[in-house]
Ligand binder design. Sequence first.
Ligand code: NDP
Ligand code: BG6
Length: 509
Amino acid sequence: MMNGALGAMVVESDPYMPHPEECSADSTLSVVVVGASGDLARKKIFPALFALFYEGMLVENFQIFGYARSKMDDEAFRDTIVETLTCRIDAGEDCGKKMDTFLSRCFYQQGQYDDATDFQRLDARLSVMEGSLCSNRMFYLSIPPKVFISAAANAADQCASRTGWNRCVVEKPFGHDSASSLELSQALGKHLQEDQIYRIDHYLGKELIENLTVLRFSNLIFEPLWSRKYIRNVQVIFSEDYGTEGRGGYFDEYGIIRDVIQNHLLQIVALFAMEPPVSLEAEDIRNEKVKVLRSMKPVEMEDVILGQYTKRVSKAHTYPGYLDDDTVPQNSITPTFAAVAMFINNARWDGVPFLLKAGKALNKRGAEIRVQFRHVPGHLYRSKFGADPDAATNELVIRIQPDEAMYLKINSKVPGLGLRIENSRLDLPFHEERDRELPDAYERLLLDVVNGDKRLFIRSDELEAAWDLFTPVLHKIEELQAQPELYPYGSRGPVGAHYLGAKYNVRWG
Ligand code: NDP
Ligand code: BG6
């Protein structure tokens, strides 16, 4: 709600962040990173803003403000962010000069998240810098959930531009179940209109995830096969070869299902399985995602495997277990690994298992989608593949990271005399012949916010549908105090995941 001298410029009856017309000509952009002293801001947000500046994607007149409680002046703030800016794009050019220019546009405002006066001070500084230009403001809330609402309210009520657009980027976690998520949406809704809220899921900004819809809808050869008729199962696999290092406190309250599966992996499933949208407009795409999420069956307890990593001692190194993290309670049963089977009750996907697996401290780092096709009916060449029928099936692999790639496993004849058949790959590597690194997900997503493109952001009804799929089982897990299966740091995870796969005739890729 509006109060204070600066807020008085917005009519009292309007409970929302001002929503003026877009700036028509010359404008200025102010980006405020709330929680600027934090891990995410330093690791991802400032480097992404620098990359956008470097690529000439920001308007001529822009300023970036870090906002947090830590005591710092502008110079000290610049010293903290300069360490994470990289010249990874066109390393040959003089990047140092651009970095200096970028840093000269970065400022810091110290303040509390729940103090209206502190936000008014920020607003005053922004107004001076923006001068008489029409100003657009982006607020990035990179703070823990407990200070979310107060910061969003103060940004909206004390610090919004009255001349250009105001957009607010909100980081996960968006609640911890259906009820808390709804509460959060309602609280945000008191200060921001839905079209001003950009709920970020950085997996949607990854190159191969954007490519998923291009693959499906711009090639004739895939879409006809994209259904229960030809696809036997779909796997979405996320693994990290390190533990919760440094984030154990946050993680223990959420666990791997809330941290990765309910959002990142489920978003992938939605894009993978949705019907073709009417257009590429954000609302059309998000309508299809909501539809497919609402067609899914809430996850059942018997379709979930939970795991937690333990210490592993090798000759060279001791890898700490989850419970060795000082920020994790000694008796924690929070899962650091989970595998779940999900089903979509619609005509396209009825009966096809979607297996989702995510884990920390596993044997490798990676994220991929694996699509296993059905066996060839009346397979003429079956005898050439030995006893294993799966050896002959086609598989499409979309490797999201690292080393982005897409390949299709097909059978072909080994060149030469005789008739030997081998499984080979039709391969589409993403790095060869490209001399530039792919942009980081945060670069793409921040640019989308600047451009007002909401295709890759989560709408409130999408979020609600996603939570509805997991809330019952998450509550059940808590009610039963379900014990995770232990697995050693650096292993392939709990064996239970293989039984879950076997239950649905799926061999994990
Ligand atoms: P941090 O824990 O680093 O917190 C960010 C800043 O918030 C801190 O620098 C601190 O700034 C302030 N803060 C921390 N704890 C409190 C508290 N208890 N009360 C008030 N202020 C506090 O978070 P991250 O940067 O890791 O993450 C920010 C947001 O992004 C979170 O919502 C997180 O869940 C989400 N996220 C993070 C990811 C990551 O990789 N880090 C990935 C995906 C999402 P100060 O003390 O200076 O005010
Ligand atoms: C975050 C999770 O959303 O995604 C982290 O909170 C996880 O636990 C991270 O490590 C993985 O992101 P990426 O881009 O490194 O795969």
